[in-house]
Design a protein. Structure first.
Length: 180
C-alpha cells in the first residue's frame, strides 16, 4: 500500500509543467511507382524544317534585282513547305546540273527563319565564281550563310549547242521558319 501511495504522490510532480502535444495528421506524399522501374515514355516532336536550296532562274546574263519584299504578316498556323517555283530556262540552253552540293549552315537561332535569293554565276568549268544578293531577307547572317553554301557548290556546266557556257542562276536558300 505504501508503494501505491508513493506512486500517487510522485505522479503529479513528474507531469508538472509538460504540455501534451496533439498528434499530427498524416501528410499525403506523391509517389511515382514507375520511378525506379526504368520505364520511359517517348516524347513525339515534329522534326524541324531543314534548310533547302533550289534553282529558280537560269540565263546567260544577270537579271535585275527585284524590289525588296514587303514584310509578311505572322501566320496563325505553321505554313506548309513551299514548293519550288517552276524553273525558267532560256531557249536552247541546258541548265547546269548540281554535281557537288555544299552544306547550308543556318545562322544562329534568332536569325534562322527566312529565305535569301542569290544570283549565282556558274562558269564554263562548273565552278561558282560569284554569288550576289538578289532578293529575300537582307539579314547579313542569312546572306553570308547562303553565299558560303553557293560558293561551295560544284556543277556540270550549262550547255548551249553542246558547248559549256557561263550562266547566271537564281537560287533560293530557304532557312525554314515563317518565311520572313
Amino acid at each position: 500500500m505504501a508503494v501505491l501511495a508513493l506512486a500517487l504522490a510522485v505522479a503529479p510532480l513528474v507531469a508538472c509543467g509538460r504540455t501534451v502535444v496533439p498528434a499530427r495528421r498524416p501528410v499525403a506524399l506523391s509517389v511515382n511507382v514507375l520511378a525506379d522501374t526504368g520505364r520511359a515514355a517517348r516524347l513525339h516532336l515534329p522534326p524541324p524544317r531543314a534548310p533547302h536550296v533550289w534553282l529558280t532562274r537560269v540565263s546567260p546574263s544577270r537579271a535585275p534585282a527585284p524590289a525588296p519584299p514587303l514584310p509578311a504578316p505572322e501566320p496563325d498556323t505553321v505554313p506548309a513547305l513551299p514548293s519550288p517555283p517552276e524553273l525558267t530556262v532560256d531557249e536552247g540552253l541546258k541548265p547546269p546540273v548540281l554535281r557537288g552540293p555544299a552544306p547550308l549552315r543556318p545562322p544562329p537561332a534568332e536569325a534562322r527563319a527566312g529565305w535569301v535569293e542569290l544570283d549565282v554565276r556558274v562558269d564554263e568549268a562548273g565552278t561558282v565564281s560569284d554569288a550576289l544578293w538578289a532578293g529575300g531577307s537582307a539579314d547579313s547572317a542569312r546572306v553570308a550563310a547562303a553565299r558560303a553554301c553557293a560558293l561551295g557548290m560544284r556543277f556540270y556546266p550549262a550547255l548551249r549547242g553542246g558547248r559549256p557556257v557561263a550562266v547566271w542562276c537564281r537560287q533560293r536558300f530557304d532557312f525554314g521558319g515563317n518565311g520572313r
